[in-house]
Write a protein that binds this ligand. Structure first.
Ligand code: AMP
Ligand code: ZN
Length: 472
């Protein structure tokens, strides 16, 4: 059964397939590496990962490219503030990003090209656009795309002209006063004194590429002039992806990406989680509060990617309980997780989970069905229905493995009856003990509640404390 996925361009569900008959070639706009990515960014990356996993677990090969944005206003500004060369600075944050991706169990893209490493390709693309009359050089040495030269402009975001000119984002508007029209966007930004040593030579003088051209040049080089699917958070529909289509299609006269996949935002109290609003959470901060990356992943899967998802600590607690249920199930069935290839797994009794995922990546429905099966199969096991039927047991294990693979969840059965206590939980308990020793009762109570929220009960003895799992 093929994956049907909503396409932002045609506004309908469309089957995803490999144009070359071999691999689904897709691109996800990657992180801007100037600080830790927040879990809003990770909602998008996790959903792109699920997209790939669902294809692969249904036997479809993929080729996944995700760039690293290692030059823009923010990376330059921040590296200068810290007095570190740009490449050293962005390298550090790119590594940090990789570490978070690993913790979240994201499959490593087949390639992760950097924007800086593709400046020559970006320059060629700009030269071609100028030669075709689709771009022009301004007096200061910047180059702009002439939006009026591309008839289809606005097709993806369906913006009227009026809106296009007034929706220019902050990222776009800075230092762009030489444009012929307010809608025109920068392909090349002339060097400014505040850029310091961060500039590259070009036929138009020293400067650096604009943000949009980077993804287009990388896609064309690594995925071809036409490829299967392009993706990002909804904030990228306009202007980033609209501009990408214009730059490439004005050059090639071919369809750039055949399918556009956008993920709705992770919100906090009704507002988009973002660095500029200061309402973000990072994996590191949540880990200090005692939550694991797998629990974060679960929360990010709990809502439909087409709808905004509100982040709350209650949902983190619910996610902890849900992950524990999966763990109990794995323990009962002597599940032994495998870390091998996920291509062509067998869902067996878990087929309804796969069907939900193949239907527009409906992760909440898939999780709902998974828990129904976990309950029913668990009850059947208790009734002795699997006794002596190793083949049926294996079917369940394979199906559960396929489900974990498709969702990217890591579920380990309990080893004996002893559960390791996470470091962060141990630290909180120690803090509480210290508070008690110094007779700070309200702090000690607060910390006891925090531990309870995390699913741990603390009991005090004369010499110290003991932690055990909270059970209802
Ligand atoms: P950036 O590092 O800002 O270039 O963003 C990386 C990716 O995260 C892009 O695909 C953004 O669209 C996406 N993104 C940013 N904020 C959110 C959010 N609150 N929820 C979901 N995706 C987001
Ligand atoms: Zn991009």
């Amino acid at each position: 059964m093929p994956l049907k996925l909503y396409d932002t361009l045609s506004r309908e569900l469309r089957e995803v397939f490999a144009m070359d008959g071999e691999s689904v070639r897709f691109y996800g706009c990657g992180p801007t590496v100037y600080g830790p990515a927040h879990i809003g960014n990770f909602r998008t990356f996790v959903m792109q990962d699920v997209f790939r996993r669902v294809l692969e677990t249904s036997g479809q090969k993929t080729y996944h490219a995700r760039n690293i944005t290692d030059v823009d206003d923010k990376t330059i500004r921040q590296s200068q503030a810290e007095g570190v060369p740009l490449n050293e600075f962005t390298d550090r944050w790119a590594k940090y990003f990789d570490k978070d991706c690993e913790a979240l169990n994201l499959l490593v893209p087949h390639i992760q090209p950097s924007a800086v490493a593709h400046i020559p390709e970006q320059i060629v693309l700009i030269e071609n656009l100028i030669a075709k009359g689709k771009a022009y050089k301004a007096e200061d040495g910047s180059v702009y795309f002439k939006v009026s030269s591309f008839e289809d402009y606005g097709r993806l975001s369906r913006l009227a002209d009026r809106e296009i000119t007034t929706s220019i984002t902050e990222r776009e508007s800075s230092d762009e006063y030489e444009r012929e029209s307010a809608a025109d966007f920068a392909l090349w930004k002339a060097r400014r004194s505040e850029d310091g040593e961060n500039y590259w030579e070009s036929p138009w003088g020293p400067g650096r590429p604009g943000w949009h051209i980077e993804c287009s040049a990388i896609c064309m080089k690594h995925l071809g002039e036409s490829f299967d699917l392009h993706s990002g958070g909804v904030d990228l529909v306009f202007p980033h992806h609209e501009n990408e289509i214009a730059q490439v299609e004005a050059n090639t006269n071919k369809t750039f990406a055949r399918h556009w996949f956008h993920i709705a935002h992770l919100m906090v109290e009704g507002r988009k989680m973002s660095k500029s609003l200061g309402n973000l959470h990072t994996l590191e901060e949540l880990s200090e509060k005692g939550y694991s990356a797998q629990e974060v992943r679960y929360v990010l899967l709990s809502g439909s990617y087409r709808q905004p998802l509100n982040f709350t600590f209650d949902s983190m607690k619910a996610s902890r309980k849900a992950m524990l249920k999966l763990r109990d199930f794995a323990t009962k069935f002597n599940f032994n997780p495998s870390r091998g290839s996920i291509l062509e797994t067998e869902f067996g009794p878990f087929l309804p989970v796969q069907e939900a995922l193949l239907s527009d990546l409906s992760t909440p429905e898939a999780l709902g069905r998974c828990f129904r099966l976990v309950r029913e199969l668990g009850e059947a096991l208790e009734r002795g229905e699997f006794e002596g039927d190793e083949e049926a047991m294996n079917n369940v294990r394979r199906g559960f493995q396929a489900t974990c693979d498709a969702l990217g969840l890591l579920v380990e059965p309990k080893k004996e009856d002893i559960e390791e206590i996470p470091g962060a939980v141990e630290n909180l308990a120690q803090k509480r003990w210290n508070a008690k020793q110094s007779k700070d009762w309200s702090m000690a109570d607060q910390l006891r509640n925090d531990l309870l929220d995390l699913g741990w009960v603390v009991k005090d003895g004369k010499e110290g404390f003991e932690l055990s799992r909270f059970s209802e």
